[in-house]
Every structure is written in structure tokens, then in C-alpha cells.
Design a protein around this ligand. Structure first.
Ligand code: IPD
Ligand code: CA
Ligand code: CA
Length: 263
């Protein structure tokens, strides 16, 4: 089986439908309240995370019953298909639990680890970001492009920190300090998939993070690439969705970002 066997437009519309359905569920729980559990000291999971995941998998299965799925809350499906859907049912759970309106659903179809189609839906702004390989990146029907900013000191950047910030060696604090000194400003919005989409549409010039999961990056990485941006691992090698570290930029500031990360 080859990736040429799939209709990308159909896969993209499934990704969008699944992400939109999850967004509806998020807003529904937001208005009526939800229970919050803990996966770790600071790592939360809400009723909405679980309901969104179920809904996304149901939508995917309607069209692709044989495809593999890898979802944050329930893990892998065990299917042996080379087509795998990466699912973050609610990216930005900490924000969601506090009523801080920066969260989304992220759904991507991959083949052999490479994203082919993906959608990120932010229900708080009714913003659907999406892309299919070779077909450009879009926000609510309009084509999007990365920014033209070409130096770090004029750049607005974003990053994030892992839940295990107290335990891991690479806690990103040193890099955060360095970028704060060398860029125009650094933000920590709290939903990696949205950070990536904001690089894609030029609201941010660059983003970096360590300790991410494939479902945080799958859709957003494709959207950045299709918007003309550049992606790599933190050491400048090819991005690997299963390796946890990512640098995404408009391309112009990529080298400066890598140089800063090497400091
Ligand atoms: C988290 C968010 C956050 C990032 C964390 C992720 P979650 O995902 O994307 O911005 O800094 O590393 O784990 O848990 O809200 O889906
Ligand atoms: Ca996430
Ligand atoms: Ca999540």
C-alpha cells in the first residue's frame, strides 16, 4: 500500500470534521462544567478530553475503519495499517481547566511518520487551520503564509514547558531566558498545536519546544510546512514527530533560533 492510495481531500475533510466535532464538545463542557482528574502532579485530564477523543475516533472510523490511531488519552489502536491518525483531543488542557481560552483539537493523518493531512480547530475563536500535503495551508478557507520577519530581535516567539519541568534535565528555562533577551518577546500560550498554527499564519515568527508528543505536532507541523515555514529538530536535523523536540519558524529566523538553542 502506498500513500498515493488515499484521497487527500477526503482525509482532510475527515480531519476537519473530527476536529470541529471535538471543538463543539469542548465548548459544550465549558458552558456546563466538567470534572477534572490528574495524570500527574500538574498534568490534568478533564471529562472533555475523554469525550473529544471518543468523538474524533468515531468520526475517523466511519471513513477509515482499518487505519491505525494514536490518541493521547487511550493510546494506540494496535491496527497494522501504515496510515496512522495522531489525535490530541484537547490541546491546552491546563488552559481549558482554568477557563483560559487558548485550547483546540488537533487531528492529523500520517503515513510512515509523515503527515499527509491535518486540522487544528480552536473553538474559542472559531478558527479552523488545515493543510494537506502539497496543497497549501488554510485558515477558515483563506490561504495562510508565514511572516516575513527576518531578524530575531524583531520576532515574536512562543514556547512551552513540559509537565515534568521539575524532573527533566532539558526543562527549557535556559533557552527561554536566552530567547527573551534576543527576540522582541516570547509567549507561552499553552497549546502547542495553536502555537504551530500561529507560526503558519504569521501571528508568531517562531516556536520551539522540547518533550512534545506526536499528537501535539502532527497537524501543526504540516500546516507550518504548507504555509512556507521551516521545521526541524532542536539540533537542526530533520523533524521527527516521535523525537519530542521541535523548532518551527518562518524560515528566515530558523538559523538564528538554532544558534540560540546551541548557546
Ligand atoms: C500540552 C500543551 C502545552 C505544551 C505541553 C503539552 P496538553 O498539551 O500543548 O502547550 O507546553 O508540553 O503537553 O496536555 O494540553 O494536550
Ligand atoms: Ca497536547
Ligand atoms: Ca491533550
Amino acid at each position: 500500500m502506498s500513500y498515493l492510495d488515499i484521497d487527500l481531500e477526503q482525509a482532510l475533510s475527515v480531519a476537519k470534521r473530527a476536529a470541529r466535532e471535538a471543538g463543539k464538545i469542548q465548548e459544550d463542557y465549558r458552558s456546563r462544567g466538567f470534572t477534572v482528574g490528574k495524570k500527574g502532579e500538574t498534568d490534568l485530564v478533564t471529562e472533555a478530553d475523554l469525550a473529544c477523543e471518543e468523538a474524533i475516533i468515531r468520526v475517523i472510523r466511519e471513513t477509515y475503519p482499518d487505519h491505525d490511531t494514536l490518541a493521547e488519552e487511550k493510546g494506540g489502536s494496535g491496527a497494522s495499517s501504515p496510515f496512522r491518525w495522531l489525535i490530541d483531543p484537547l490541546d491546552g488542557t491546563t488552559n481549558f481547566a482554568h477557563g483560559f481560552p487558548v485550547y483546540c483539537a488537533s487531528v492529523a493523518l500520517t503515513y510512515g511518520g509523515e503527515p499527509l493531512a491535518g486540522a487544528v480547530f480552536d473553538p474559542t475563536r472559531n478558527e479552523m487551520f488545515y493543510a494537506a500535503e502539497g496543497r497549501g495551508a488554510y485558515l477558515n478557507g483563506d490561504i495562510i503564509k508565514v511572516s516575513a520577519t527576518n531578524d530575531l530581535i524583531s520576532s515574536l516567539l512562543a514556547t512551552g514547558f513540559p509537565y515534568e519541568i521539575r524532573a527533566v534535565e532539558q526543562n527549557n528555562i535556559k533557552h527561554f531566558t536566552n530567547f527573551a533577551m534576543l527576540s522582541q518577546a516570547v509567549r507561552r500560550p499553552g497549546a502547542a498545536a495553536i502555537d504551530l498554527c500561529y507560526v503558519a499564519c504569521g501571528r508568531l515568527d517562531g516556536f520551539w519546544e522540547f518533550h512534545l508528543k506526536p499528537w501535539d505536532m502532527g497537524a501543526g507541523a504540516l500546516i507550518v510546512a504548507e504555509a512556507g515555514g521551516k521545521l526541524s529538530a532542536s539540533d537542526g536535523t530533520k523533524l521527527d514527530l516521535y523525537r519530542a523536540d521541535i523548532v518551527a519558524s518562518n524560515g528566515h529566523i530558523h538559523k538564528a533560533m538554532l544558534d540560540t538553542l546551541a548557546m
